[in-house]
Design a protein around this ligand. Structure first.
Ligand code: SAM
Length: 327
């Protein structure tokens, strides 16, 4: 018998394949269409033949969608999106994998342990996989969340996923480095898009603008995120390992010193990445506010392979000890 996630994936996959063919669209677009149908409990594509409508309806009804948890739905969708992304997607647009999302959720839960209610922003929300992983892992918190994404198809997938998982995320389709009409938040999470930002004129608005040539988008994302965080709020970034040693890092160091306290830098296991050069870490900052003290020591860690249970348990014990000492 199939697991709930497999059953959901099969339904999304089969119905998306039908829609892909009949609508002559991409598989990723078809996932968004089938997600909309599931959510509205209707067939929303008037151009489909009656026979196709009936075939789809039969599959949707047989599924009994209401019986699935939000995590099952996220995982089922994630598998379908991964399949679609294999066909054509730039590496920088890739979804944040589960293992990283779950670890980020642990950190968000730990740093915001005293807040039952908070606001959360993901300025590179992509498919919404990271933000919904976090929302699903923190079911007892009341979180008002906002996502921003430049790519309209990814944003549509985020919107469909949020609807199906019943998360009322406010979503904006725009360049996050343009002005954002979003009130300062308690926390930011972001799997940073890494590379050069092509808009040199917009980059001039930022303290971290490069002296010459294009600026690193990931630096500008950090600055924009700090700007949109409340004093004392936390920021959780997935960063390239070389962030602090790059040729543009000379401005980043004083910027962080002026605006934030570094709380943690945690290297993710290399096995999660294609090679050493694409390996990443998690950087946690707290935005400065008067009287706020920096942690006695920064949490510096290198996560073992996630499949090594004993080493992972050891690491979690060490991290919990850091939280007891510093938070
Ligand atoms: N966390 C996301 C998820 O789970 O799907 C994946 C984030 S992905 C590593 C980075 C995202 O940043 C991509 O979806 C990309 O389209 C988006 N992006 C890149 N430049 C952007 C910009 N200037 N404004 C808004 N989004 C941008």
């Amino acid at each position: 018998m199939n697991s709930p996630v497999e059953t959901l994936f099969n339904l999304i996959d089969h119905t998306a394949e039908i829609l892909e063919e009949e609508l002559d669209c991409t598989y990723l677009e078809a996932i968004a269409e089938t997600g909309e149908n599931l959510f509205h409990e209707d067939i929303l594509q008037p151009e489909l033949s009656e026979v196709t409508k009936k075939r789809l309806k039969k599959q949707y009804v047989e599924l009994n969608f209401e019986s699935y948890t939000s995590e099952d739905i996220r995982k089922g969708l994630q598998l379908a999106i991964l399949k679609g992304m294999k066909q054509n997607i730039q590496s920088n647009h890739q979804m944040t994998p589960d293992s990283i999302g779950i670890f980020m959720s642990y950190l968000v839960g730990k740093f915001l342990v005293n807040k039952d209610k908070f606001t959360l922003l993901d300025p590179a929300v992509g498919t919404g996989n990271l933000i919904t992983t976090i929302l699903n892992q923190l079911p007892f918190k009341k979180v008002s969340s906002v996502g921003v994404e430049i790519d309209d198809l990814l944003l549509k997938l985020a919107y469909v996923g949020a609807n199906l998982q019943k998360h009322p995320i406010e979503l904006f389709n725009q360049d996050s480095l343009d002005p954002l009409f979003i009130d300062p938040v308690d926390a930011v999470v972001c799997d940073l898009p890494i590379g050069y930002y092509p808009n040199d004129v917009r980059a001039l608005d930022y303290q971290l603008c490069a002296e010459k040539g294009h600026t690193f988008a990931h630096h500008l994302f950090i600055e924009q995120s700090v700007k949109h965080t409340k004093p004392g709020g936390y920021l959780f970034f997935i960063i390239p390992n070389g962030l602090f040693e790059s040729e543009q890092s000379n401005k980043l160091h004083p910027f962080l010193k002026e605006h934030a306290n570094i709380q943690a830098i945690i290297q993710l296991p290399e096995s999660l990445f294609r090679n050493e050069n694409s390996a990443k870490s998690i950087l946690v900052l707290q935005k400065q506010e008067p009287e706020l003290k920096a942690p006695r020591e920064i949490l510096l860690a290198k996560l073992p392979s996630l499949s090594n249970q004993t080493a992972m348990e050891n690491m979690m014990n060490q991290m919990n000890a850091w939280f007891n000492e510093n938070k």
